[in-house]
Each structure stands twice: as C-alpha cells, then as structure tokens.
Design a protein around this ligand. Sequence first.
Ligand code: SAH
Length: 470
Amino acid sequence: MQHFPIFVALAGRRVVLSGGGDAALAKLRLLFKTEAHLSVFAPDPHTLIETWAAEGRLSLVRRALEPGDATCAVLFYAANEDDAEDARVSALARADGALTNTVDNLAASQFITPAIVDRDPVTVAIGTEGAAPVLARAIKADLEARLPVTLGPLARIGKAFRTMAERLPVGRARRAFWADYYFRAGPRAIADGDAAAHEALDNLLDAHLTRRDRAGHVAFVGAGPGDPELLTLKARRALDEADVVIHDRLVSPGILELARREAVLIDAGKEGFGPSMTQDRINALIVRHGRDGAQVVRLKGGDPTVFGRLDEEIDALDAACVSWHVVPGITAASASVAAIGQSLTRRGRNASVRLLTGHVMKGFADHDWRTLARPGEVAAIYMGKKAARFIQGRLIMHGAAPETPVTVVENASLPGQRILGTTLAGLPRVLQDAAPEGPALTLLGLAPRAAEAALPDIPRNPLTATQEVS
Ligand code: SAH
C-alpha cells in the first residue's frame, strides 16, 4: 500500500486552492461537501467561482499564490492545469506547512483524493493508487447502487442515539441492538421519515433492554475448496454475524478476511494441538464458546460433512446442550472435477462415485479393492498423496488396468491450482516429480476432458453400462 487512507477533520479548518479553471471547479464542488474554510487564489477566476465568492461559500483572492498564502492550511490543491505554475505553488504551500495535491499528477502529490461514495456520515473512499481510475469508477457505481440513499439519515439518527444505547452492556448485547437497527427495524422505519426512525430506535432499545441474553449457537460452515467466490451466501452471512470463528488449517486467508472484524479467529489446525488431544481439545473449545453465549462459526474446508470429523463435534455439543446447524459447502471433489471439465457421474461410465481417504484405504479388504479396480469406477481420494504407491499396487493386483486414467488436482479453485493428468501406472512417478505441497485430490478413473480423446479405449463397466441404457 503506497497510499494510506485516512479521514481528515476539515470542519472549520483552512483548505487552499490555486487555480481558476475547470480543474479548480471540479475540486471545489467536491470540497463544498466538507465544512472547511475554502480560499481560492486565481488571477483570472471562472465566473462561477466569482459567484460562489459572492455567496460567501469561499474567499477569493484575484492573484497568483505568494509565499505565506497557505499558512495554517491543512490541505492545498494546485489546480492551475499548468505544470510549471503547479510546481511553483505546491513548493510554496509545502513551505507553509500544508499537505499538497497537484490535480491529475500523482507523482507531484503528497496526497490524492479517492473516488467517494457519499452517504454522509457514512463515506466510502476508493483508491487504486492511480493504477486504474476505470476500476475505481466501476466500484463506485456498484456501491452507489448497493447502498441505499437512506443509509445516510439512518446513520445520522443512529449516531445521535449512541449515548442512549449505552444503557445496554458493552459487547454482544449492544452489537445485536445496532445490527437490528441498521439491518432490520431502521430501513423499514426510515421509509416513513426521520420521526419514524427515532421511534423505532426507542422501541428497539426497550425490547433489547428487556430481552434475555441470546443463547450461544454453533454453525458448522463449509468454506469450500478455497476460492472465496465458492462460498455460499449462507456461509457469508454466518461469517458476517460470528463472534468466534474456529477454523481449520485448510481455510484460505481470503475467506477468513470475510469474517466480522471484531470476531475472534481461532486456528484449530495449528501445530501444537498434540495428535492425541487434537479432536478433544477442539471439541472442548467449541463447547466452551457456545456455552459462553457466542455465535460460533466452526469453519471447515470444503463441505463439513466430508471427512470433517463433524459427528464428533456434534456429539460434544449435544452433550453440552448447545444448539447447532450445518451449512454445506463445495467439497474438494466437486471443485476438482470442475477444474478438469468432467462429471462425477456419467451415463454409461459410472452411476456411482466413491469418496475415500488415503487413510481408510489402508484398511481395505480384498473385495473393496476388487470393486474399486473394476473398469469405469470413479473415486475421489482425499488425503491420498502419501498412500499413492500403495493404492496403485493394490489396484493393479486386483485387476485394474495400468492405463486407467488418474488425475491429481492440487489447490483446486485456488491461484496455485495444478492439474496432473496421468495413469494408474504413472501415478507415483508423477506425484514424486511434481511434489505437490498444497492440498491435492486424486481422481481415479477420470482424465482431464481435453486429454480424454487421446486415451486408449478403456473397457467400460458392463454392469453400469446396461443399467444406464435400460
Ligand atoms: N471437508 C473437506 C475435506 C477435508 S480432508 C472437503 O469437503 O473438501 C482434506 C483433504 O481434502 C486434503 O488432503 C485434500 O485431499 C482435499 N482438499 C481440500 N481442499 C482441496 C483443494 N482446494 N484442492 C484439492 N484437494 C483439496
């Protein structure tokens, strides 16, 4: 970040502008939104500036800026649209102690003015450090459409009510009150005017002062494979409302950033949770926060119901009488087949698909291997990197064709996504050469769609084929 965004107090303070043409007009229109004392220095000002001066909205000095003219100014704008003159006046203003901006000249400016979405007192400032004004404008337009114009009055009325709300205890109770006002009662009431919004606030405060503490609750939330855009709307809402987020190691930073800023983030996948204690300690942690009355999000990679040890955590909550619900997520198998353009099931190839873990396969009986080795079988193997050679050996021993397609997808949906297309025969070698460090899913029986045409004809599972046809 080369420019740090701040909000400068300008009420009653001095802002000086040098220039009298179009650039000056544009800046002045923006500065009129503030309560600053504006001084304009221009030998030949636009008639509008003269009008504004006559109306008392700014003070106008009809000459070029001289040393000492920017004394006590907080901000200074060089808007002469003349490089030499702008450089001269900026140097003078800096000597007088003001922070300077040269209009449309990033390099010569000490500060820059962002694109602004104005819902006073709520202000959104958008900056791209000069890199992409088009992008800034697009974001501004998007926010303008998204933030209702009533947000300003709502916030102003809310601000005046802050001391009243101090009757509620600091923390969760007070946050719940304000959330109710801004997202539910307030928007409904403001449609009928300011008085209705005031009344809504009074009623809401009474309701919150008399209501009992909200009970704690745990949401088991699927974080998906990593791309924040693959979160469900429900997952986003839960993250928005969470007091505590207890997450796995696999959950990407981009997703954790979406949690409410005040939420406590706890990394339950951290080294230091000893191997035998891990799950017990995590269970105890979730129970403790739920009992404390917190809205807890237990955030798990992919879908919480797939190799997520969900049941143990639910049992612990049930035993402690803490309520819970599950928000499903996109599991790694879905994201991985999407990455290679394949279906998990396909007419004439496989009517069922297995979700396995490399660990579980170590305990497979012969008949499990025989089923998996049949032509046309498709399996998504989670945590299968280490067991690759073992899996390959057993499958071939039980009759699987060495040329059976296998695809390993590393970091599915994430920027570092890699697709390693190979065969059962080539699997250990490909894994050894590529040495994937990110989470990787092994898709047995599937090749990337683009590579499929080049594969030798692999016999279809006759059973599946007839079922599909009939
Ligand atoms: N509940 C998770 C799985 C947890 S087990 C889910 O539904 O996806 C962890 C394993 O999931 C990893 O070892 C890896 O095999 C797989 N995995 C998770 N995220 C992945 C990703 N982005 N790309 C590929 N595999 C992933």
